[in-house]
Design a protein around this ligand. Structure first.
Ligand code: WTA
Length: 639
């Protein structure tokens, strides 16, 4: 392990928080929850019927109320969102304006028959109408399910179907790398014809012509006539706030279900501890709201605190590699939260680019989504933070709701180690165990496990209790299994080493190998497929696919590759496109028929293969090896 330490903090040192959490984590979270506004207090802090945690039962609360209403006296004219379009247009939305818009939209949804517990799919680009839509749902107790606008028609319809959404909120399109992505067309292709979808609300972002169908309503029309007053529904702490679909090891993405009181308590607390948020801060998180980081640390975390944030619509390198630094300079950003992939990409352009901007407003930097390489951490620290900003490497998941492992400069100063997410947040017991579930010695690789429930923890998986138990609670007895490898060093610092299952992290985006494989085999000339991730200098991991063709297949390899790329783009989305398709005669399998992904990875990485004695047919290994060698030669010839 890299033992270099950086002693840098923000001068905060409040050991009482860790002390009280250590004494009794339930009383600790009980105190934390009091920072929120409740209509009625809870009767029990935690109902823990493993593996189901229900926080603050009996308490009555509303997320939209806590994000907006509570700021209307002191902060109504404070900007909630400073929005910058990819095309350079900008908008400022104050807490008061947001309050009005959310109430209007909540009334629109009500008038369309949306009631407490109904689902609403939101398929929007990064524009203020996205958080407005989420909060309008939250206001009336509807469950929002946001679908990342980079996902395709099939992904969208899968999610609309599974959640049985009554209404879809979308836009004519959004800008990405200078091009318009036509979201309304994708909705038309996939979901508007579904019987249970009653209406589609369409916001006009790009001004292009919109094909309006029977169910479609223009945002500007319905909002124009809506009343600006809609009181927040009094909801149970344990009612559902949202479903967010995420990839797992098997099958289609699953709907992670989050509640209200626990989730908000977790976000309120971690946003304060990790970011040391102050009224004067200008916060900028580059995550798309279509992923959990956007839900938790673009929408709920900052709004609960009445923070001002910059929201950016487009690609981080558009129109050129200086866009992020330009935004930091333009808005005097004080807190910047991004991904290792974005940093690796920006780092490639050289130091002169960020050095030609005034980044002196920055006081805290963060990363999320994948392991950060120590050299990238140092670049971030030296070149972007000018050695004066602590870096918070935050580990968490869609399921955890908020950060679980991270430095917390808002409460304490601990030495930072590049590449380590450092310590669990207060109230969490996180360990590293071997295959039998026993804690390993320090400095030894094992599986990360979580022994205590936490308030941001998922309520469960949408409509699939059994899967919830199987995926997270069955590998080790009575502990939560996130699916990550980790090492705890001799100082107790945690180093996250990537996924231990078949989930990929490509440019920080979570993608399941099973979804990719089923998309590939949906091509009528493909018999079988296996997908794995290989290290990628910028994206952390990139996808490669091994494909076995049907005997009847007749297309040329090149044609097939083009078609397979297209299949994945239309069934999942461009982010899931493999870098390479290797066409092989056989896949290496164990005797029980399981594909040996480890082997594929080793071949693709030019590594030694190791023990293959459990292979069904040893010949397949050499076949794949030679197919790979040949293809690699091909690729080299083409470069
Ligand atoms: C990975 C993203 C190393 C991890 C918030 C986890 C990380 C998965 C880090 C969840 C980090 C997230 N260091 N790995 N700081 N943060 N991960 O659900 O493998 O999109 O299990 O949530 O991302 O991805 P998800």
């Amino acid at each position: 392990m890299n033992s270099e330490k950086f002693h840098i903090g923000l001068g905060n040192n409040d050991s009482s928080i860790r002390d009280s959490a250590k004494k009794d984590y339930i009383s600790f979270w009980n105190e934390c929850a009091k920072s929120l506004s409740w209509f009625e207090p809870w009767t029990e802090t935690l109902q823990w019927n493993p593996p189901f945690a229900r926080w603050f039962t009996g308490g009555k609360i509303n997320a939209s109320y806590n994000a907006l209403d509570v700021h209307q006296n002191s902060k109504s004219e404070k900007p909630a969102i400073l929005w910058e379009g990819e095309d350079g247009t900008d908008r400022k939305i104050t807490y008061h304006e947001m309050f009005i818009q959310v109430q209007k939209l909540a009334n629109v949804l009500k008038s369309l028959g949306v009631k407490k517990g109904d689902r609403v799919t939101i398929y929007l680009p990064m524009i203020p109408e996205l958080p407005i839509s989420m909060l309008a749902c939250a206001r009336i107790g509807a469950v929002h399910t946001v679908v990342f606008s980079g996902f395709s028609a099939t992904s969208l319809s899968d999610r609309v179907e599974d959640s049985q959404s009554k209404v879809i909120i979308t836009s004519d399109g959004g800008y990405r790398k200078g091009k318009i992505i036509n979201l309304k067309e994708i909705v038309d292709e996939s979901a508007s014809s579904v019987q249970f979808v009653k209406n589609v609300i369409v916001y006009q972002r790009t001004g292009q012509d919109i094909q309006m169908n029977e169910k479609d309503l223009l945002w500007s029309d319905v909002m124009g006539s809506a009343s600006p007053v809609c009181n927040a529904e009094v909801l149970d702490s344990t009612d559902s706030l949202y479903i967010l679909y995420t990839s797992g090891t098997t099958g289609k993405p699953k709907g992670v279900l989050h509640g209200i009181g626990g989730y908000l308590t977790h976000l309120y607390s971690t946003y304060k501890w990790a970011f040391d948020i102050k009224d004067s801060d200008v916060y900028f998180c580059t995550a798309d709201i279509g992923w959990v980081t956007g839900h938790s640390y673009v929408v709920y975390g900052p709004l609960l605190h009445g923070a001002t944030q910059v929201m950016y619509e487009g690609a981080p390198d558009y129109p050129d590699s200086s866009r992020m630094w330009d935004i930091i300079q333009k808005y005097d950003i004080t807190i910047f939260y991004t991904t290792p992939t974005a940093l690796r990409m920006l780092m490639k352009f050289g130091d002169d680019v960020p050095n030609s901007f005034d980044l002196s407003s920055l006081r805290l930097l963060g990363t999320v989504g994948e392991p950060i390489n120590p050299q990238v951490w140092k670049w971030y620290f030296d070149v972007i933070g000018k050695k004066k900003c602590p870096i918070i490497d935050t580990w968490w998941q869609t399921e955890t709701g908020g950060m679980l492992i991270s430095p917390l400069p808002g409460i304490e100063t601990i030495p930072l180690k590049p590449g380590s997410a450092t310590l669990p947040i207060p109230g969490l017991d996180i360990q590293v165990v071997d295959e039998s579930g026993n804690e390993v010695e320090p400095e030894t690789k094992g599986s990360l496990i979580i022994k205590t429930p936490w308030p941001g923890m998922l309520l469960g998986l949408w409509k699939d209790e059994q899967k919830y138990k199987d995926v997270y609670w069955s590998k080790f007895d009575s502990v939560y299994y996130p699916g990550d490898y980790a090492i705890k060093d001799s100082d107790g610092y945690l180093w996250l080493l990537g996924r231990s299952d078949d989930v990929l992290k490509v440019a920080g985006h979570r993608i399941g190998t099973a979804e990719l494989e089923s998309s590939i085999v949906s091509h009528n000339e493909v018999a079988e497929s296996a997908v794995c991730g290989i290290p990628d200098e910028v994206k952390g991991e990139s996808i490669i696919a091994f494909v076995v063709l049907k005997e009847s297949a007749h297309s040329s390899d090149e044609k097939l590759r083009t078609e397979l790329r297209e299949t994945i783009r239309t069934q999942i989305g461009p982010i899931a496109t493999p870098n390479q398709f290797y066409i092989v005669n056989k896949l290496p399998k164990t005797r029980s028929g399981k594909i040996m992904r480890r082997l594929l990875k080793a071949i693709a990485n030019n590594e030694k293969i190791g023990d293959v004695s459990t292979l069904e047919d040893g010949a397949a290994v050499s076949e794949i090896q030679s197919a790979f060698d040949e293809l690699q030669k091909n690729v080299q010839n083409q470069q």
